[in-house]
Design a protein around this ligand. Sequence first.
Ligand code: HEM
Length: 299
Amino acid sequence: MKNKYIVLSILVLSTLAFGANADSAIWGKELIPNILGYDKEGSLHLGYLFTLLQGTYFKPVFLGVLLGVPAVFFIHYMIIGPMIFSHDRKKIYVFTLFNRIIHAIAGIAFMLLIPTGLVMMFGTTFGGGEFVRACKEIHAISTLLFIVSIFPMFTMWVRWMFVHWDDFKWLMIVGGYLNKNKKPVPAGKFNAGQKMWFWLATLGGIVMIGTGAVMYFQDFKLGILVEYGISQIDFLRASALVHNILGMAVLALFMTHVYMSVFAIKGAIHSIITGYKEEEEVEILHSSFYKKLKKQNKI
Ligand code: HEM
């Protein structure tokens, strides 16, 4: 029975890997000469880099992130397991209704953006055609949903997201996730990992929206950029490169965010639904914030 699963996993992985190579071949044989034809004088000459990354490296790296990150978390869950905090003590109100609604909109947007983005990345593996085209449109529509959430999300949380001395200490102990000791972890309302996710999702999100729009609307007038010697094809190539590299980071941190919220800290997801966190969770995982609340007599 166990062997059957191993054989099945190898089959799935090799199908995906060959799919990726088949895509590369198509980029290599058909698109590259066309693209290189546009690499005219005065441009940024991104043709070679674009062809190399887009044609050869992006798909296997995306596949590596998609399978590698959950694999690491699976091992973490098996060896260390989830952190479990008492549900018998007080609950601390940390997220307002507004916070939760904005977060829910971003969450829904990403649950559509990520799978549809991956389908486009592995377009030929999915047989191209209508299905991939439909995903492209869903990707664009869910971007509108993300746009609605990104500015309120930035303004409602930014004040807690600046670097603090605690963040370095947090990084040194990998947030305390490598063991299950209930030793207070240095962190404010948000820890270093959460801060990284915030900046990537908001500032990175704006760049993703911009570069995505460039690729979606392909045929637009560049205006002033042309005067600086940046051609239309340069702009498209640069946008595709930035969108894909940032996309990998977003994919990796999104999976990390969901793992932390749903698996690594038992019941953590309730805080973004109800607004309340367990007192013990705040005391251990956000110890500086907890001390501050105590000092202010807010607990
Ligand atoms: C759909 C799956 C998602 C789940 C299950 C989820 C879950 C959560 C939870 C439980 C928290 C509170 C964490 C804590 O303080 O203990 C949280 C916070 C947060 N979420 Fe999400 N989230 C999701 C999607 C997203 C998306 C798509 C974004 C951004 C575009 C996002 C951005 C944030 C940010 C910036 C915070 C505050 C900092 C942090 O806790 O990382 N979340 N989320």
